[in-house]
Design a protein around this ligand. Structure first.
Ligand SMILES: [Ca+2]
Ligand SMILES: [Ca+2]
Length: 320
């Protein structure tokens, strides 16, 4: 028993020494509210799909992602290169199809547009993703996911970004279903503020999908940037500083602090609802007790942050 007491005494002494030797490490905010580094150049991307080769399946700077790799339906009694392709979208020029397609298939602008043909193994899960955009200093991607189910062809033209402002922007595209004979085409729209992996996109269209009209229709979305910042600090326990960078007060903001991994006896999970006046910040302090390498995940409304550190009894050190 005495031995255990002595070991504990030594451990506490080491921890206290550690605490003074290593000041609480702080972390650059990971939240999209605070982009770090030099201000990037603005890059708002518009596209009428006229510059790509007819019937191209790959047309950078767009990237595509096809989750099920199913062959697609084609257009009966008509031929064109890459018909029945396996993939997401194709550049269709109805005037270069053999024989040429009728007015029903004409573009919204110029001669060309992008088409997602229905998969023969439905449903589609076919993404068309913009290059990385820089809008008001925020880096992000926009993705249009064709989720049609045994219909025919989802037509997309004239992608446009507009109304750029400090706190957000608008984007739009024109789309339609080739026909409603087999049901309307379905799509979702997502925004990612991290990378262009499909799992990173937050779907901003109503669940489960939007159905495209049979006429060319402009679909417009207003996107507001997240105005909540998070900073995670170690030291004695965990401190999450939640910042409101908006000009309006935030009320009833749900915050969660979750520690993963390590041997944690106390402080594994904390949920709080907080109010933060405009331009202010608030610290949430969590007492912890445990050992080992741990990952701290903090969410506050639209913002998320993550850090890893070493938990030594009551102290969290070496945060990065
Ligand atoms: Ca597919
Ligand atoms: Ca066009």
């Amino acid at each position: 028993m005495r031995t255990i007491k002595n070991i504990l005494k030594v451990a506490v002494a080491i921890c206290i020494a550690f605490f003074f030797i290593m000041p609480a490490a702080s972390l650059d905010p990971l939240s999209p509210a605070d982009p770090t580094g030099d201000p990037p150049d603005e890059y708002a991307f518009n596209d009428d799909f006229e510059t790509y080769e007819d019937f191209a399946l790959s047309f950078p700077p767009w990237t595509q992602y096809d989750t099920n790799l199913s062959p697609t339906y084609g257009i009966k009694d008509h031929d064109f290169p890459n018909q029945y392709f396996t993939g997401s979208y194709i550049i269709l020029n109805p005037h270069q199809v053999n024989p040429p397609l009728g007015e029903d298939w004409y573009a919204r602008s110029g001669n060309k547009y992008a088409v997602c043909f229905s998969d023969t193994n439905p449903p589609n899960d076919d993404w068309l993703i913009t290059p990385q955009l820089n809008i008001s200093g925020r880096k992000l991607y926009i993705g249009i996911n064709c989720v049609s189910h045994s219909s025919f062809a989802f037509l997309l033209d004239d992608f446009n970004i507009s109304n750029i402002r400090e706190d957000g922007f608008e984007f739009s595209f024109w789309a339609r279903s080739a026909t409603d004979e087999y049901g309307l085409e379905r799509f979702q729209v997502g925004v990612s503020t991290t990378d262009n992996n499909i799992s990173s996109f937050e779907i901003i269209t109503p669940d489960p999908y939007v159905e495209a009209s049979t006429n060319w229709t402009e679909y417009t979305y207003d996107y507001e940037f997240c105005t909540i910042g998070i900073e995670i600090k170690g030291g004695f326990g965990v401190t999450a500083t939640i910042r409101n960078t908006d000009e309006e007060n935030i009320t009833d903001l749900e915050c969660n602090i979750i520690l993963e991994n390590g041997f944690i006896l106390s402080g594994r999970q904390t949920n709080k609802t907080i109010n933060i006046p405009a331009g202010n910040s608030l610290d949430i302090r969590v007492s912890v007790f445990g050992f080992g390498k741990t990952t701290i995940n903090v969410t506050a409304g639209c913002a998320e942050a993550k850090a890893t550190g070493l938990l030594v009894l009551f102290f969290l050190v070496g945060l990065k």
